[in-house]
Write a protein that binds this ligand. Structure first.
Ligand code: DAT
Ligand code: MG
Length: 149
């Protein structure tokens, strides 16, 4: 099972899209193992986006993610990384396919609604950055055998 960190970003929370976004991951079959509503600190935001530190958009990216509360979700599933990223759509909403979250609800790259981890390794790291072990729940869903072969 892979793990991915999803962040329902400030614009999505402010626009009342949290439920719609969670519904898409849940309907897809990904299993929730952690979830919380929180204000991201500047320190955690800088750690989360550290790989982009040298990019010209780094400061605005950090300011955006701390501008208002977010919902962070840890999801688990076979191929969770790729499946979540396909559900989210391309980084630039203008290029995101219809049917994806960004393709259906977003317009601009700096307001692209949702984060999803980009590799198995980063999924583990990012879930660890946002959740204590005590906040993650290992459980069996009644539908698991109808979703995972
Ligand atoms: P993703 O969020 O699809 O994983 P990423 O990891 O490449 O994309 O970049 C993280 C965020 O940084 C992205 O959601 C929006 C912002 N970003 C990326 N490339 C950008 C660019 N060229 N101009 C402005 N913002 C950008
Ligand atoms: Mg990324």
């Amino acid at each position: 099972m892979e793990r991915t960190l999803i962040i329902i970003k400030p614009d999505a929370v402010q626009r009342g899209l949290s439920g719609e976004i969670l519904r898409r991951f849940e309907s897809r079959g990904l299993r929730i193992i952690g979830m919380k509503f929180m204000q991201v600190s500047r320190g955690l935001a800088e750690k989360h986006y550290d790989v982009h530190r040298e990019r010209p958009f780094f400061a605005s990216l950090v300011d955006y993610i701390i501008s208002s509360p977010v919902i962070v979700i840890a999801l688990e599933g076979t191929n969770a990384i790729q499946i979540a990223r396909n559900t989210i759509g391309a980084t630039n909403p203008a290029e995101a396919a219809a049917g994806t979250i960004r393709g259906d609800f977003a317009m601009e790259i700096g307001r692209n609604l949702v984060h999803g981890s980009d590799s198995v390794e980063n999924g583990e790291i990012e879930v660890g950055n946002f959740f204590d072990d005590t906040e993650l729940v290992s459980w069996e869903r009644a539908t698991d055998s109808w979703i995972f072969e």
